[in-house]
Design a protein around this ligand. Structure first.
Ligand code: ADP
Length: 196
C-alpha cells in the first residue's frame, strides 16, 4: 500500500516519510540507563532539587559533590535574587565539572498521599525542565527519577508521569534526546518495561 501510494504522488511519500520519521524519533529519543547521573554526558543534567536549592542528600548531593562548589555559588545567587524555587518549577545553572553544559534544578513534590496535587506538580517539574532545555536550544537532557527518593512519590505513577510528559515534548521537538537515569534496579525495570 505504501509503495503504490508513493508511486501516485511525490507528496504522499513526503508525508508518509515524515510520519514514520517522527514515530521512529519518538522511539529512539527516549531512553533509560541505570547508573549515576553525574557520569552520563548530556547538554543538561536535571537535578531533583529542593525549594531552597540547598544541595543535600540523594541525587542533589551527588550532583553538587561531582560538579564542585561553582554550582552551589550559582544556586546562592538565584536564591538571593529570586528567592526559593517553587515546587513544580525549575531553574538553570552552570554545570561545573559535570559532563554537561547546564544543571537544571527541578523541584518535585513531597508525596502526601496523592491528594495535594502531587501528580500535576511532578509533571510541572518535568515540563519546566524541558522548557529550559528548549529555551537554551539544547538537544539532550538526562533526568533522575524526581521525587521518588526522600520525597516518597510512588515509583510506578512517577515513571508514568515522567514518560508521558517526555512523549508529549517529543511531539513538539523530535530532535530532543531524553535519557532517564535510574539509580536503583526497581526504577530501571519500571522504565525499561514502560519504554519497551
Ligand atoms: P527526591 O527528594 O526528589 O525524592 P532523591 O535524591 O532522594 O530526590 O531521589 C530522587 C531519585 O534519584 C531516586 O530515585 C534516587 O534513587 C535517585 N538517585 C540518587 N542518587 C542518584 C544518582 N547519583 N544518580 C541518579 N539517580 C540518583
Amino acid at each position: 500500500m505504501f509503495l503504490s501510494r508513493t508511486l501516485v504522488t511525490g507528496r504522499s511519500i513526503t508525508f508518509e516519510c515524515l510520519f514514520w520519521f517522527v514515530i521512529y524519533s519518538i522511539r529512539v529519543t527516549i531512553s533509560v540507563v541505570k547508573g549515576n547521573i553525574t557520569t552520563v554526558t548530556a547538554d543538561a543534567i536535571v537535578n531533583a532539587a529542593n525549594a531552597s536549592l540547598a544541595g543535600r542528600v540523594g541525587v542533589d548531593g551527588a550532583i553538587h559533590r561531582a560538579g564542585g562548589p561553582a554550582i552551589m555559588e550559582a544556586c546562592d545567587r538565584i536564591r538571593n535574587t529570586t528567592g526559593r524555587c517553587a515546587t513544580g518549577s525549575a531553574v538553570l545553572t552552570i554545570a561545573g565539572k559535570l559532563p554537561a553544559r547546564y544543571v537544571i534544578h527541578a523541584v518535585g513534590p513531597v508525596w502526601k498521599g496523592g491528594t495535594g496535587g502531587e501528580a500535576e506538580l511532578l509533571a510541572g517539574a518535568y515540563r519546566s525542565s524541558v522548557a529550559l532545555v528548549q529555551k537554551q536550544r539544547l538537544t539532550s537532557v538526562t533526568f533522575p527519577n524526581i521525587s521518588t527518593g526522600v520525597y516518597g512519590f510512588p515509583k510506578l505513577p512517577a515513571a508514568d508521569i515522567a514518560i508521558r510528559t517526555a512523549k508529549a515534548w517529543l511531539l513538539q521537538d523530535p530532535y530532543l534526546r531524553i535519557i532517564f537515569v535510574c539509580f536503583y534496579d526497581e526504577n530501571y525495570e519500571v522504565y525499561k518495561e514502560r519504554l519497551a
